[in-house]
Ligand binder design. Structure first.
Ligand code: SF4
Length: 285
């Protein structure tokens, strides 16, 4: 069985001391190890941001793409090769700012991939500007008098747009996060795991203690993850409590399962020798 070390490259992470990415990365590797996934059967697609520099720190197939485009790369890989375990990995700015339309599209199509979003409520690689999930009133480099916007709600957005696995984890709760990542990978369909991540360098407001006071495990309250209305209620309450765990899960055919072209054989294993496109070309004359 592969160990966490097998998924680790020789490059040393450049994250700041105390960064939540130092918890999320080992939780992800532990999930891979517990699921006994071979390194050559995993592909991770990253965008741009502190967390996306993780592309260099994993030993598996990875793409360090362009800003907000982790998802389309992951979707392409999964549709070409259904046998790969495919994850996309972004920060909150990358996922819900530059990549918002891809986020909604992927939730709607329910492609069978897992999306890990490191949500520290800031653009931290560029030194701490407001991001879509920055809280109202939050003072950042770009909002010195406090943000005037309501924060974006990724969990509710994913649920109402068709994602079939929606969860939230916390970088300060590694064992719980590991289990969520395992469940997300095992889920058949688009799995969003929004990970509340501390950024001790630039986010002095949403600290470890701040999250500890406000987070709770949905397993400890009687939450029915299969009830869509209850899931939406849970993530739209205005009571400052932040649920951790699987918020919503549903079972429906994935995008790939509905494609007759890959019903019998995954695309990369199909021969291209006998493909005849002359009829299609005729139609364009
Ligand atoms: Fe982590 Fe924040 Fe440092 Fe980026 S700036 S590496 S998110 S602590």
């Amino acid at each position: 069985m592969p160990t966490q070390k097998d998924y680790t490259s020789n490059y040393k992470p450049t994250w700041c001391p105390g960064c939540g990415n130092f918890s999320i990365s080992p939780a992800t590797k532990k999930a891979f190890s517990d699921l006994n996934l071979d390194t050559h059967k995993i592909m991770m697609s990253f965008g741009i941001g502190c967390s996306s520099n993780g592309a260099n720190f994993y030993n598996l197939y990875s793409v360090h793409g362009i800003h907000g485009r982790a998802l389309p790369v992951a979707v392409g890989v999964k549709l070409a090769n259904q046998e790969m375990t495919v994850l996309a990995d972004s920060g909150d700015g990358d996922a819900y700012g530059e990549g918002l339309s891809h986020f909604i599209s992927t939730a709607r199509s329910d492609v069978n991939i897992t999306y890990l979003v490191h949500d520290n409520h800031l653009y931290s690689l560029t030194k701490g500007q407001m991001s879509p999930t920055s809280l109202r009133g939050m003072k950042t480099k770009s909002t010195p008098f406090g943000s005037l916007n309501e924060p974006f709600n990724p969990l509710a957005t994913a649920i109402i747009n068709g994602a079939t696995f929606v969860a939230q984890g916390f970088s300060g709760d590694i064992a719980h996060l590991t289990e969520l990542i395992k469940l997300g990978i095992q889920h058949k369909g688009f799995a969003l795991i929004n990970i509340l991540q501390i950024c001790p360098t630039f986010n002095k407001f949403n600290t470890f203690d701040w999250y500890k006071e406000r987070t709770f495990h949905v397993e400890d309250v009687q939450h029915d993850k299969n009830d869509k209305d209850k899931a939406i209620d849970l993530v739209t309450k205005d009571d400052e409590k932040l649920p951790l765990g699987v918020i919503y899960q549903a079972d429906k055919p994935t995008f790939g399962e509905q494609l007759p072209q890959i019903e019998d054989e995954t695309l990369v294993k199909q021969s291209i020798e006998n493909i005849d496109i002359s009829e299609s070309l005729e139609n364009y004359k």
